[in-house]
Design a protein around this ligand. Structure first.
Ligand SMILES: *Cc1c(COP(=O)(O)O)cnc(C)c1O
Length: 428
């Protein structure tokens, strides 16, 4: 006999007492909304609480919306064959097909794929690849990372060390986190003086730096900042000139979100290592991947320890890989570029009225990403309530109200999201 379902009241009480939420205190202080189911772009709330249009794609991931028949079929089909087998000594079609898809669709030259369980782990693997590459070439002193401020690369240890030092809780962990090299945050527009700053930082630290790691074009959770793709070419050239590897963290930007399949495509640059995650499975299951070039893989293979010593228990999980294949095929099988452009237009129109409004510092849109930056820290509870009153789910933070809707969001729902962003910005 299944246990009787919890009442919403009981559920919330247990949640508050026992369950950590992202960046949350224990016990919890704010009451989360209880979601019963989700379909298309809508989250259905428990207790007849109605539906909310999801303006967040569950943190960049649900690009095709929820409960998608094609992704459901892929999951069910794979479930009937096997949901998991170990990847050590065994292989299977979903993982191999996924790797082939990723190699085919990613920037030219990325040939090898390491499947990881989450974005943060894929960044750990990227860091391990870069450090091991230099170790294998007899340069173990090249073990630092260089990045620009304002970034976010995940919450495990190495990724945390390259998150923005102010937003990333470096103070709390001073003395414990590895100390990396930080350049200034990239300006939005191309400025030769900033390009020079990047070149100079790379030149000065090349003797101790294994890799430069950045989020290309859009810095996500570190502050939703956009920058000129031309900086990526500056990084590529400086890294090549000074013997430093280049890592692009495309975990947020990948799979069409910025209007290119990968943000690196805005600059025509191939990194040495690239991380993907978030939208990889269309938001169904946790999965990420680290891709690298032949040069990086061969460098590692030439070392005293010629293997990449990493192997998560759930590596290459067939269920997640099968859904990822279906999600990629769904994306590439449609005119995603037109859909993202359409949403970009809707966000630009719908948010234009906020430009120059009191309390608003900046409004920016790129691809299916809309950002309103305030001139003050937002009242998150009030802003969230205002969005919910408009029938939309948003998750503002710091001085930001932002949205990255599923690509299937129709024009009326995009307009509704813009009304909610406006209401949240005014309320918070
Ligand atoms: C979300 C994110 C990560 C971390 O991914 P998780 O799956 O949450 O571990 C890393 N880098 C970027 C750019 C991200 O947006």
């Amino acid at each position: 006999m299944p246990e009787p379902a919890l009442s919403t009241h009981e559920l919330l009480d247990l949640d508050r007492r026992h369950v950590w939420h992202p960046y949350g205190p224990m016990p919890g202080r704010q009451e989360p909304l209880v979601v019963e189911s989700a379909s298309g772009v809508r989250l259905r709330l428990a207790d007849g609480g109605g539906e909310l249009v999801d303006g967040m794609s569950s943190w960049w991931s649900a690009i095709h919306g929820y409960n998608h028949p094609v992704l459901n079929d892929a999951a069910r089909g794979q479930l009937d064959r096997m949901s998991h087998v170990m990847f050590g000594g065994l292989t299977h079609e979903p993982a191999v097909r996924l790797a082939k898809h990723l190699v085919d669709m990613s920037p030219e030259g990325l040939e090898h794929v390491f499947l990881a369980d989450s974005g943060s782990v894929s960044v750990e693997v990227a860091v391990k690849m870069c450090l091991q590459y230099w170790r294998s070439l007899g340069r173990p002193e090249k073990h630092k990372l260089l990045t620009w401020r304002g970034g976010y690369h995940g919450d495990t240890w190495q990724p945390m060390s390259v998150c923005d030092p102010e937003g990333g809780m470096h103070e709390l962990w001073s003395g414990a986190l590895p100390r990396q090299v930080f350049a200034e945050a990239p300006p939005a527009a191309y400025e030769e003086s900033y390009a020079e700053h990047l070149r100079d930082a790379i030149a000065r630290h090349a003797h101790e730096v294994a890799a430069v790691i950045v989020e290309p074009v859009v810095q996500g959770a570190g502050g939703m900042r956009f920058h000129s793709p031309a900086y990526l070419r500056v990084l590529r050239e400086a890294c090549d000139a000074h013997g430093v590897l280049l890592v692009f963290d495309e975990i947020a930007t990948g799979f069409g979100r910025t209007g290119e399949l990968f943000a690196a495509g805005h600059a025509g640059v191939t990194p040495d290592v690239m991380c993907v995650g978030k939208a990889l499975t269309g938001g169904y299951l946790t999965l990420a991947a680290t891709l690298c070039t032949e040069r990086v893989a061969h460098g590692i293979s030439r070392g005293e320890v010629p293997v990449l010593a990493h192997g998560p228990t759930f590596m290459g999980n067939p269920l997640a890989a099968a859904v990822a294949c279906a999600s990629i095929e769904l994306l590439l099988g449609q005119d995603w570029r037109t859909e993202v452009k359409r949403i970009e237009g809707g966000l630009s129109d719908g948010l234009a009225g906020l430009s120059g409004a009191p309390g608003v510092r900046d409004v920016r849109v790129l691809g299916a990403i809309g950002v309103v930056q305030l001139d003050h820290e937002i009242d998150m509870a009030a802003a969230t309530r205002a969005a919910v009153a408009e029938g939309v789910w948003l998750r503002p933070f710091r001085d930001l109200v932002y949205t990255m809707p599923p690509f299937i969001t129709n024009d009326a729902d995009v307009a509704r999201i813009c009304r909610a962003v406006t209401a949240a910005a005014k309320a918070g």
